[in-house]
Write a protein that binds this ligand. Structure first.
Ligand code: NAP
Length: 642
């Protein structure tokens, strides 16, 4: 999708028809930019705030005001198409904050200005370009690795990307289970520089993968990636790194960027009898391409995001589904979760200036930082057993009512499906038909722990035998064993897995580790969004910081850059202190963000806007550098294919 151009704007009739599918809060902000008329900033044109994650297309406006907005928008867009430039083409400063507050229907803090201006393209930050022979190896060609490669190229640095799979896409390539898809709205779960005309509001796996492939093609990334190459180890030496693949190939690099994600290595429970089962038994991320579950008895272990998508997708087709639940899950409704993007909305997204950008900014706010304050523990809150503060208690009421309505008349299910911990205490899920699936006669919910796998199914802890033809382990990923199973060694041979311990990773900004110069992590410790928003936003923050570091290395002739132990420790302490005040460390919380000792290793405690500010540029006072020396081991730049 390209930016709207005046010559492509459809005629009045088509435009007016499309306006019926408009998101009106978005349209009001567009109207102000196109006309500059201040009346669009005040009542009666101020929309209401969205409830929960809903789009709030009507903006809460009465019908006659809706009509005025649509009619005025048609005129403004046609005027623009006829050659009138936008009155406010690039709002910044207080104007942008006011406009954003208008568009989301509530006050937004001034701290959102720099991030919003950058994401919306209102403040140009052209990439610096360097002429350098620095050799950069990126490990992984998923969302983060592709991004790193694109942004390094823009900076004049040609990396080599090593990817264990045979295509780009990472998690979206690997997770091919029925029903797989995003639960972050697709217009937000896209690179800021690569919009797409999404067919549905929440893209399914094939479309997300197609998107990533098309971005790879548009940026000619495949020539940078060596597919089918898995990294076994990365060892620091002198001023660089030796990277060794599982096939024994050795590559020399000056800088290594890891882009292996946190949700890549399946966690398979060590159940007795795993090898005994006679049928297909696999982890959700390893769904066999040729498996047909039609008429089969399927046992699903786990009730996280993967199970939540698989069960509704196979129920009805499978002969019978038995779900083994260890913990109940909160799942929120979303009014457009299943919807295609309406024809008219697609037209507006493609042809109306600023429309897509405001639509995305609204999504970013509504699904992201707006939720963050509600996840802070109120030490004086009287009901810590069910929620962490009054707002979180309100969430609990809303989601409980929803669950009750979905399971109406099924007290047996309600009792078992209602979580006993605060909403957002585990990663919040969207209901994609989970509760409706549980109600089915051909779906059973078992709340006994799984004791063993047998030749013909699963045995529950109370001895109940569940017969199955297929067993799907939706048991999550090795999230706390970051970078595992790679053998990463820094200065003086320090083994990263020892420095971190088996499950206690931390990194300054989640990006860089003291003692490991020229090693930069994406999706590292403490960078997964637990409160909401899009991981791609976080990846863009990290890659901006990393590319800033590497271009500066090239510009200033640094051979190594390394976070000081003090800065690293200070960040880790602030990270942990922030988490101590948040929901995921609340007593009784069990989630994949925490390690067995209770420390949050995976999730970010900050608002996205805070992390954006922290990663905006490298603070060189926190890094030690060495001037570049001539290379000791310099067998040449590791080029693709050789
Ligand atoms: P997960 O959220 O870690 O869920 C694992 C599930 O397995 C939990 O219900 C867990 O129970 C259960 N479990 C683990 N070991 C078990 C055992 N030995 N016996 C019984 N139950 C066991 O994993 P996931 O569903 O694959 O999702 C991981 C993350 O991937 C998500 O949180 C999300 O970030 C991402 N994801 C996103 C989407 C999406 O966007 N729609 C889809 C899939 C995945 P407990 O809760 O009691 O630990």
């Amino acid at each position: 999708m390209t930016e709207p151009v005046p010559s492509a704007v459809p005629g009045r009739e088509a435009l007016a028809a499309a306006m019926l599918d408009a998101n009106l809060p978005t349209l009001v902000a567009v109207l102000f930019q196109l006309t500059g008329d201040p009346r669009w900033l005040a009542d009666p044109y101020r929309p209401t705030r969205s409830r929960g994650m809903e789009d709030n297309d009507s903006g809460g406006f009465p019908p006659e005001v809706q009509e005025q907005i649509r009619a005025a928008a048609v005129e403004a867009v046609l005027d623009w198409a006829a050659g009138r430039p936008p009155a406010v083409p690039a709002p910044t400063g207080d104007d942008l904050v006011a406009l954003m507050s208008l568009a989301v229907g509530e006050e937004v803090g001034a701290e959102y200005e720099p991030m919003t201006a950058a994401d919306m393209g209102f403040r140009d930050e052209p990439p610096r370009r360097v002429d350098t022979d620095l050799r950069v190896v990126v490990i992984g060609a998923g969302v983060s690795g592709m991004l790193a490669a694109i942004k390094l190229r823009e900076a004049g640095i040609e990396p080599v990307v090593l990817e264990k799979n045979l295509d780009v896409g990472g998690t979206w390539l690997e997770n091919a289970y029925p029903g797989a898809g995003v639960d972050t709205p697709s217009h937000l779960y896209s690179y800021s520089f690569a919009p797409r005309q999404w067919s549905t509001h929440f893209g399914k796996r094939d479309e997300v993968l197609d998107y990533l492939r098309s971005v790879a093609d548009a940026h000619d990334l495949r020539r940078t990636v060596r597919f089918g190459v898995e990294v076994a180890s990365a060892h620091q030496h002198d001023q660089g790194w030796t990277v060794t693949t599982t096939a024994g190939e050795v590559l020399e690099a000056d800088v290594v960027i890891t882009a292996v994600g946190q949700l890549n290595r399946p966690k398979v429970p060590d159940l007795p009898g795993l090898a005994e089962f006679r049928g297909p038994l696999f982890h959700s991320a390893r769904w066999p391409e040729d498996l047909d579950v039609t008429g089969k008895r399927v046992a699903v272990v786990g009730t996280g995001a993967s199970a939540m998508q698989i069960v509704p997708a196979i129920a009805g087709r499978a002969g019978h589904v038995t779900v083994f639940q260890r913990s109940a899950q909160w799942a929120a409704p979303n009014d457009v979760y299943f919807s295609e993007v309406a024809e008219g909305a697609r037209l507006l997204l493609a042809h109306v200036p600023f429309y897509r950008r405001w639509y995305r900014t609204r999504l970013s706010w509504n699904t992201g930082d707006r939720v963050h304050p509600a996840l802070q523990v109120d030490p004086d809150w009287e009901h810590p057993e069910r929620s962490v503060n009054a707002v979180n208690d309100g969430h609990r009421r809303v989601f409980t009512r929803y669950l009750q309505s979905e399971l109406d008349g099924r007290e047996d299910l309600l009792e078992r499906a209602l979580p006993d911990y605060p909403p957002f205490g585990k990663r919040m899920l969207l209901d994609n038909g989970w509760f409706a699936a549980l109600r089915r006669d051909d779906v059973d919910l078992v709340t006994q722990p799984v004791a063993a796998v047998t030749a013909t199914g699963l045995r529950a802890a109370d001895g109940t035998e569940v017969e199955a033809d297929v067993i799907v382990l939706c048991t999550g990923f090795e999230t706390t064993r970051q970078l595992w199973p790679m053998d990463v060694r820094g200065r003086d041979g320090a083994v990263l897995a020892d420095v971190w311990g088996p499950d206690d990773a931390d990194a300054h900004l989640g990006i860089t580790v003291a003692g490991f110069p020229n090693l930069f992590l994406t999706c590292g410790p403490g960078t997964v969004l637990g409160h909401g928003g899009s991981y791609i936003t976080v990846a863009e923050c990290q890659v901006r910081w990393i590319v800033d570091a590497i271009t500066t290395m090239a510009e200033r002739g640094y051979g190594t850059v390394e976070i000081t132990p003090e800065a690293h420790a200070d960040y880790a302490a602030r990270h942990d202190a922030a988490h101590d005040a948040m929901i995921w460390t609340h007593p009784g919380m069990r989630n994949w963000y925490r390690n067995p000792a209770g420390r949050v290793v995976c999730a970010m405690p900050w608002r996205i806007v805070d992390y954006w500010r922290m990663t905006r540029e490298v603070d060189w006072s926190e890094l030690v550098v060495e001037p570049r020396r001539s290379r000791v081991h310099a067998p040449g730049h590791p080029t693709p294919g050789g």
